[in-house]
Design a protein around this ligand. Structure first.
Ligand SMILES: [Zn+2]
Length: 336
């Protein structure tokens, strides 16, 4: 009898999670038919923190086209070249369409892999500008600049782990978003950030779906946000679920949850253990097993006004054809 009770106790939570996940995947807001870039600081950020996001947004039925832009090779221990290859391998396991959609920009003077040196928000913003809004000549007009992505996804101000490079991305992304603003126009790009949670939630595996949904309900309102699901029109720039362009609206929050089988958490596991082999020290297994970020992500839309408060763009910075440069990163370095 005790054994049966124990078995039930072990089985019920995963079953509830799987049911909840199915509800989320069918009823909750989702980005569709968007050009999306995940902005990360180091190879392995995409797997350790953003696996549920990538698995959900790259699902073919969404029609999204997802890319990854990584601003360092994570070369602090001299493993930069290895880690670049690992990032490509991981990205492919997590659903990206092709290796060319994964870029590593390496500029150790501006973006060193460091626990103590912050990256300039202006430099990050300038880099994003050169990659995604290359026709900067239009900046003098009143019309919004042409951009080649719809959505940018990155870390929030805390950076999940508190890493200074993660936090720098948030400030740089906000500066870039602010630079795209025009009088009478909202930003043509939506910025979503990954929520940082406390240490208890961070290591509560899939159980964190409860806290995530409670938070979602309190912050968004269940019926309003769930029923809206990408269909309502722009209601103005000051409301919640703020529109980021005159063409469409983006959900205020996204909850992205992976399954516990080989198609969900199993893919995230392989992205770490089979792709990021150089990073697989013993404690990484603890992260893979216990971290909620391996199965649950919640993304918050950053409003233009909040982005503006994160700091103005200071100077133009150096323009680089970053995508052209970075596509050469993996040249001749196919995985074995
Ligand atoms: Zn990192």
């Amino acid at each position: 009898m005790a054994l049966q009770t124990l078995a039930i106790c072990f089985l019920i939570p995963p079953l509830i999670y799987i049911y909840t996940m199915s509800v989320i995947s069918t009823r909750f807001p989702m980005l569709r038919n968007k050009k999306i870039c995940l902005l990360i600081a180091h190879p392995d950020d995409e797997a350790m923190f953003f696996s549920p996001t990538l698995l959900a947004l790259t699902e073919p039925s969404t029609g999204n086209h997802v890319k990854i832009l990584c601003l360092s090779s994570g070369d602090a221990e001299g493993l930069g070249e290895t880690r670049k290859r690992e990032l490509v391998k991981s990205g492919m396991k997590l659903g990206l369409r092709r290796e060319e959609d994964i870029y590593v920009h390496e500029d150790k003077s501006k973006f060193p892999d460091s626990m103590t040196t912050p990256w300039s928000g202006s430099d990050v913003s300038a880099l994003l500008d050169s990659a995604f809004a290359p026709s900067s000549a239009s900046r003098s007009s009143d019309s919004p600049p042409a951009v080649n992505i719809d959505v940018l996804v990155s870390f929030d101000p805390t950076g999940v782990s508190g890493h200074i490079n993660h936090r720098s991305l948030y400030h740089g992304a906000c500066q870039w978003l602010s630079s795209l603003q025009r009088t009478g126009h909202s930003s043509p790009v939506a910025l979503y950030t990954l929520g940082s949670v406390n240490i208890v939630r961070k290591y509560s595996m899939f159980f964190d779906i409860v806290a995530t949904l409670v938070e979602f309900g309190f912050q968004c309102g269940w019926s309003r946000e769930v029923n809206r699901v990408n269909t309502s029109k722009n209601k103005g720039s000051s409301v919640r679920g703020e529109a980021v362009s005159g063409r469409r609206e983006f959900p205020e929050r996204l909850v992205l949850a992976s399954g516990l089988g080989p198609g969900g958490w199993g893919k995230a596991w392989k992205a770490m253990t089979e792709a990021h082999k150089s990073q697989m020290l013993w404690f990484r297994y603890g992260w893979i097993i216990l971290s909620r970020y391996m199965v649950v992500n919640d993304l918050a839309l950053v409003s233009p006004s909040r982005a503006a408060r994160a700091g103005p763009v200071c100077g133009g910075g150096r323009k680089e054809a970053v995508f052209e440069l970075t596509t050469k990163v993996v040249e001749g370095e196919k995985d074995q």
